[in-house]
Design a protein around this ligand. Structure first.
Ligand SMILES: Cc1ncc(COP(=O)(O)O)c(C=O)c1O
Length: 389
């Protein structure tokens, strides 16, 4: 064996182990189909139940038109970071409009939700801080917490008595600040946090609150503006544009002072090229459309209720899901993959979610319901699942 192959053995060993555990991840190649809720896989049209494009805005004619218009007018790229020469009027206009629509003092756009979470948290906390994160927060928030070198403690999922115990204990220590970190709609379980209760706890213990609204935006809350909307006492409210906005990027809603601080100190904002004009155009259009889409939200809600009731009657558990994300819990990893294949053989694409994304024994098929689905699509999905043996 050459010296070089020794050094790289960790790669082949890790991959072999992943395969043995049925946890090996592979890319799936698909082609979008602008009409309906299907996509093309290996030349065949297949019903898509894994899209986060909840309102169908990724293919909305007004969104595409504005995106093309901005690309033609301002070019394909923004050519530099915001602090250099990439801060076009359109970036600032988008932020002003976001602040206005979401009724907050300021908004700052980031290139992705992952980048925002990983770098904002690590900018706002340091080795003398404490981060109390819900046990099920998204990996990007954990990366932010780890990068900050803060004391990271996890509270049991949505267990506010546990959170309060940790907050009480923390009062005896000399942390410079305490962050509570949660999502509003949890990405793998579709259940919700109690934002009001988190705000109250943050106030009671003089802590700060970081609430990630990625999966509620567009779908839940007044005018689809999410579950953080209208609530005072959230220090960082994060929204993403890759899901219901149908485009790409993210934003933080915060105070003007916090925005200024991030512009000055947040590496994930400072050292990266600004979002391209085509994306800004799409976002302008989506932002205008989202508050007007109550009919689509009602449709999603009705489909969700229907699917949950029927799949539970077929003997499957869906946890505490209370949104358009519905986990159909299978349990065992190998069995979950086989259910996912069974769905695919019946013309349905739905991702198998396995550890380490979820805890061992809780592997699942994650179903997302969008405005483009129809009741017949759900009936097809229900038939493909069949009865739980
Ligand atoms: C809760 C949550 N936050 C953040 C992100 C990351 O957002 P983005 O896809 O824009 O990087 C995701 C996406 O998977 C998410 O589910």
């Amino acid at each position: 064996m050459s010296k070089n192959s020794d050094k790289l053995d960790f790669i082949s060993e890790a991959l072999a182990q992943r395969k043995a555990e049925h946890r090996f991840r592979e890319l799936v190649r698909v082609e979008p189909e602008p009409q309906g809720a299907s996509i093309k896989k290996e030349g065949k049209s297949i019903l898509n139940f894994c899209s986060n494009d909840y309102l169908g805005l990724a293919t909305h004619p007004k969104v595409i038109k504005k995106s093309l218009e901005y690309a033609r007018r301002y070019g394909a790229g923004s050519t530099a970071s915001r602090l250099v020469s990439g801060n076009f009027t359109i970036h600032e206009e988008l932020e002003s409009r976001l602040a206005l629509v979401f009724d907050v003092e300021a908004a700052l756009v980031f290139n992705t939700g992952f980048q925002a979470n990983a770098t904002i948290l690590s900018t706002l906390a340091d080795r003398n801080s404490l981060i109390l994160a819900d046990n099920k927060v998204h990996n990007s928030l954990l990366q932010g917490a780890i990068l900050s070198r803060s004391d990271l403690q996890r509270y049991d999922h949505n267990d506010y008595l546990h959170l309060e115990k940790l907050l009480e204990k923390a009062q005896k220590k000399s942390y410079n600040r305490i962050w509570i970190v949660s999502e509003t709609v949890f990405s793998m379980d579709g259940d919700q946090s109690d934002v009001k209760r988190l705000i109250d706890l943050a106030e009671k213990y003089d802590a700060l609150l970081f609430s990630d609204d990625a999966h509620a935006l567009g779908v839940l809350g007044e005018k689809g503006l999410g579950l953080n909307y209208g609530k005072k006492g959230i220090h960082v409210s994060l929204g993403t544009f890759g899901k219901a906005f149908g485009a790409f990027g993210a934003f933080v809603a915060c105070s003007q002072q916090l925005k200024d601080y991030l512009i000055n100190f947040c590496p994930g904002f400072i050292y990266t090229t600004a979002l391209p004009p085509a994306v800004i155009g799409a976002l302008e259009a989506s932002l205008e459309l989202i508050p007007t889409m109550d009919a689509e939200r009602k449709h999603i809600y009705e489909l969700t209720q229907y699917f949950k009731k029927e799949i539970q009657q077929s003997g499957f558990e869906t946890g505490d899901s209370n949104s358009q994300i519905i986990p159909v819990i299978v349990g065992d990893e190998k069995e979950t993959i086989s259910v996912s294949h069974q769905l695919e053989n019946n013309g349905i694409l739905a991702t198998a979610i396995r550890p380490p994304t979820v805890s061992p024994g809780f592997s699942r098929i994650r179903i997302t319901i969008t405005a483009k689905h129809q009741k017949e699509d759900l009936d097809k999905l229900l038939r493909a699942f069949g009865k739980r043996k």
